[in-house]
Ligand binder design. Structure first.
Ligand code: DUC
Ligand code: ZN
Length: 498
């Protein structure tokens, strides 16, 4: 049988969101051509022996901030540019990232996209796309620019309920949701109540309570739960799908689960830091806690992490994303802003001026694999769903991305076979991002990708820890509408969007 293959991955246990099958993978022109046991050797074709190890689809990280300034508007600088951020992605088994093109208030969505192409196109080493961050949903933007961008393959937008420079009020959110429904755009929402956070932050400052962990005090679970409930009410009113990003509080998980049980098309995302870390990180010595200031915050009750794992196992969470938002610790335009802009001279800094966010694009997949699958919390199929397939479906790139089947891009992660697995300690010095720390320093994993393959090419070799792809080799992905369940044509009143 002459298949003219370029690469055969032999003896793998190929995992998809539904199945697990022992077979070889034949790859031609960057695509999976055949899945079969015992593919005959092909002349001039490279081979990799997976030695009985799991082979999973390349990761799709649908929430990364690369070369984007931090949401608090403090003039913080992203540690990563598109090359370092996407090299880090490949080294951790992620072959596709979806980052954010931010509309400045009063400016156009198209300008945001044009600017972001300049930062990414010649520099990305993995495949990529952008969500729009909408800060000014006026008629022209929603009904002239948005449909044009949808035609160009940008089929999702994110909105915020907090941050002075980004937040929308409920009426503006309804404008966004109406357009999202009309043009079949997936809407992502950052759910935290802005007024409570502002009030609490001012009050804590008046009392001199500015240490890093009071970031958590200022936005307790109820802040996330209230906004989540409100966002879901707006989605139900408009009968349009919605994904709640970076869910951290069990109170919010319960609200989401209830909506899903009512069969509303509500999706949810959580992130490694909410499953692995807790609020004690922000109480570390000196200013160390600033490394783990993110929003929503890490939660104080260590048991909450198990609630997150429950949601990952039982299907409440649709996707597991990194929310990679790196600012360096030792940088006057990074976490140190919390020491520099510190009017009360608190020796442990001022949480209000610490940029929010953690790095994590490289550690996301290995953490979910090791802490989830290898520790028996989730099945390999559920891992694939959370790590790749559901994001590809929700954001309109399935089955090109997110699975292993004939015709799909040959994006693969080859893990180590049982007999070759060695503990892998996470150390920042081994990571490929440009951030000077990882919040997961010292966490010991049971495995790390042995190879990452992007469109049929080995782009990361785990033995040497080398990323082999060149800047500009990543493809911009034109995306279509979500293929997960959408509007139901049911409304809570006589009102209809059209
Ligand atoms: N929170 C955000 O809202 N954005 C980026 C990172 C974070 O922690
Ligand atoms: Zn984010």
């Amino acid at each position: 049988m002459l298949l003219n293959l370029d690469l055969i991955v032999r003896n793998g246990v190929v995992v998809t969101a539904s199945d697990q099958i022992s077979c070889d993978i034949g790859i031609k022109d960057g695509k999976v051509k055949i899945l079969a046991a015992g593919i005959p050797p092909q002349e001039g074709c490279k081979e990799i022996d997976a030695e009985g190890a799991f082979v999973t689809p390349g990761g799709v990280d649908s929430h990364v901030h690369i070369a984007q300034s931090a949401a608090k508007g403090l003039g913080a600088r992203s540690a990563d540019d598109w090359t370092s951020g996407t090299r880090s992605a490949l080294a951790g088994g992620t072959t596709t990232v979806i980052a954010f093109a931010v509309q400045a208030r009063g400016a156009s969505l198209t300008d945001a996209v044009t600017e972001y192409h300049k930062k990414s196109d010649k520099y990305s080493v993995c495949d990529y796309s952008y969500h729009l961050i909408v800060t000014d949903p006026n008629d022209v933007q929603m009904h002239t620019e948005l449909p044009k961008l949808v035609k160009e393959g940008i089929s999702s937008m994110k909105i915020y309920m907090t941050y002075a420079n980004l937040k929308l009020n409920d009426g503006e959110i309804l404008n966004v949701l109406m357009a999202a429904r009309k043009y079949r755009v997936t809407t992502m929402v950052h759910c935290e109540n802005a007024d409570i956070i502002d009030w609490m932050t001012n009050n804590l400052h008046e009392r001199g309570m500015t240490e890093p962990w009071h970031h958590g005090t200022s936005r307790p679970p109820i802040v996330e739960a209230e906004a989540t409930h409100r966002a879901l009410a707006l989605a139900e009113l408009m009968d349009t799908p919605m994904l709640i990003v970076h869910v951290s509080a069990p109170e919010a998980v319960n609200i989401i689960r209830r909506a899903q049980t009512r069969l509303l098309p509500i999706y949810a995302e959580t992130c490694p830091h909410y499953a692995i870390l807790d609020g004690s990180e922000m109480r570390k010595d000196g200013f160390e806690g600033a490394k783990c200031v993110c929003a929503p915050p890490l939660r104080d009750d260590p048991k909450d992490k198990e609630r997150i794992w429950e949601g990952l196992a039982n299907g409440t969470f649709t996707v597991f994303s990194s929310d990679h938002a790196p600012t360096c610790f030792d940088d006057d335009r990074g976490k140190k802003l919390g020491m520099i802009n510190n009017p009360t001279k608190n020796p442990r800094g001022n949480f209000r001026t610490i940029p929010n966010g953690l790095p994590g694009v490289e550690t996301r997949t290995p953490l979910l694999w090791s802490e989830g699958v290898l520790k028996g919390r989730i099945s390999p199929q559920r891992f694939v769903e959370l790590n790749s397939t559901n994001a590809a479906k929700l954001y309109g790139i399935y089955p090109q991305k997110g699975t292993i089947q004939p015709g799909s891009d040959a994006d693969l992660v080859i893990w180590r076979p049982d007999h070759k697995r060695v503990p892998h300690k996470i150390e920042n010095s081994k990571l490929h991002h440009a951030c000077d720390y990882t919040p997961f320093e010292g966490v010991v994993l049971e495995d790390w990708p042995r190879y990452t393959i992007l469109r049929g090419k080995v782009v990361y070799n785990g033995k040497t820890n080398e990323v082999l792809a060149q800047p500009g080799s990543g493809n911009f992905l034109q995306r279509g509408p979500s293929t997960l369940p959408g509007p139901r044509n049911q409304w809570p009143s006589e009102w209809r969007p059209e």
